[in-house]
Design a protein. Sequence first.
Length: 519
Amino acid sequence: MPTGPKPPTLRQLHDIADGFGIELTGEEAQEYQSLMVGTMESYRRVEAYPEQRLPVKYPRTPGYRPAQEENPYNGWYWRCRIEGAATGPLKGYEVGVKDCISVAGVPMMNGCQVFEGYVPDIDATVVTRLLDAGATIVGKTNAADCSFSGSGHTCAHGPVMNPRRPTHSPGGSSKGSGVVVAAGDVPMALGADQGGSIRIPGSWCGVVAHKPTYGLVPYTGCMMIEMTLDTCGPMTDTVESSARMLSALAGPDPLDPRQRGVIPADYVRDYLPAIGAGVKGLKIGVVREGFDQPDGLIGGLPGSDPQVDAAVRAAIRRLEAAGAVATEVSIPMHVDAFHVWNVIAVEGATEFMLKGRGVGTNFEGFYNTGLMDMVGRGFDSRASDFPVTVKLLLLLGEHMNRAYHGRYYAKAQNIRHLTRKAYDDVLASYDVLVMPTIPIVAQPIPPRDAPIPVSVFHSLQMIQNTPQANVTGHPAISVPCGVVDGLPVGLMVTGRHFDDLTVLRVADAVERSGDWQAA
């Protein structure tokens, strides 16, 4: 007889009914319980079948947790060595993988002590694609706790430090990936971006960081935050490395529902032609609302540092000198797009990341049942150990769901097309849009015992310009363009849907226009 779940006890049934406000007599509870017994046979039959798994094609050993001597900035969570195919476009490249992305046999905790000890038994699709292209995976990179902070101070194994200035934040949540590239440990790393988590550490660490068009790169096998925001992409030493890496990652995966009906049949397979193509004749829209932001304009966050604006404008002038035509444009919806994202992220992440156990429901595709079990057990037994950002998310998201029945999440999704249209309308006349990735440079890392408001402020103080592209789905890349007080400044290039090639082309021109560290 196959094993399977048991029906609820009478006590459990009364507890469930109470939670829904249903009154049951003892006799009614017994009757409902007896009706459930037959349904359990379906569960037992399902349990008897082997489930589909993502392939694990390349041998590996479990690896090890690196000592401080080989991990001075705490960018690495785990070190390993997995050799990919004998030949391929990434042969000879060593790659780090953000620790929300499954690598079979290698521990994964997504920066959170609640999940420590979990070892996936699958390779995420992006991991397999890197290995098929010949890459060598050399470790998992530290993430912000639950990947829910734009700073460097929330991580179960201590703060992650910026190699450009170790007292300062590297940005998050893909901070470890930004750090190991900036430190020169690897030329490439994978990040994940739901509100800027690739581009923020890219900007603050001074590396190239590309959030591809939503749906271009599969998310299968990654720990998700919100299905309509989840994006995986390259963080690299050069734009050429990003183009090379994206060429290996892009393309449909039938197990990822994010790509269904989204990725076109004629999507670009090879992004290396962007390198060295130049920008002569390209029309660049300089987004007014991305600059000169007063304090509190966007979500009560800090305003623009004039020196950051100046560094980005200087890079734009270099593009003009290279033959591009730059014109100031206005997208008033840029401000409200942040608020649309905020509502989607708060309620969506509560339902998908936490209550959905890192996998979610209501889609046809691959479900990582091992991950669901791990997150569920942690959530049930150790919710108090989540970081303050996740507790804030859970408390507010659940309140909005209980008190307003999810209608604001639904409405934010229903007006999402307005944000997309606001950018598309301008992109109809311009090849790309540019603005500062972050309007301020990297900030000092707060102490681990910082008060809750201080910790939350440091986690969110840098997301003025990045979440908009997650709402609209447009590709956006951060490329280093200058320094302020010795700290990197990123210029963000946003392009048309599935025109990542042009986004990379402009980023490459920025990179070629001069040494950003001397700019």
